[in-house]
Design a protein around this ligand. Sequence first.
Ligand code: MG
Length: 163
Amino acid sequence: MSTIEALLLERGVSLQEVAEIAYQLQLPYNAALTLEQCVESVRAVLSKREVQYALYTGIALDQLAEQGKLPQPLQAIMEKDEPLYGVDETMALGITNVYGMIGLTSFGYLDKMKPGILQKLNEKGKGIHVFLDDLVAGLAAAASARIAHQDEKARQYDLPDPQ
Ligand code: MG
């Protein structure tokens, strides 16, 4: 298991749960899609350094907030999960941007609907996941967008492989 995968698990998020969201996003466009393909796609997105850096940064801030170690007013903002804070969503865009506009629109959808593990992360009494919920939504949206790009390439264009 990779370091980043172990860290996600420690914070209550399995790759399988992220893959399930990517699967739900992409299934309407690809009836032959499997959950295994989605797990593979999540792994591919996670292998990118900028994605790992965003996760390390966001998770560290969540952990410091849980320990009460952030300076004010940031500590209070994180404890309240202040809706107007917005830096968590901005950081997640660093993940979705890797796969273009389709990643961005899927992220917006997930941010509103909060399916599966995203709902679980937002439950009270489960620690502070101000950053993690958005980063996981960004990860799922990117994994889904990556599959969409691959499918599109297979259908019609002679374009380089998305990584
Ligand atoms: Mg958040």
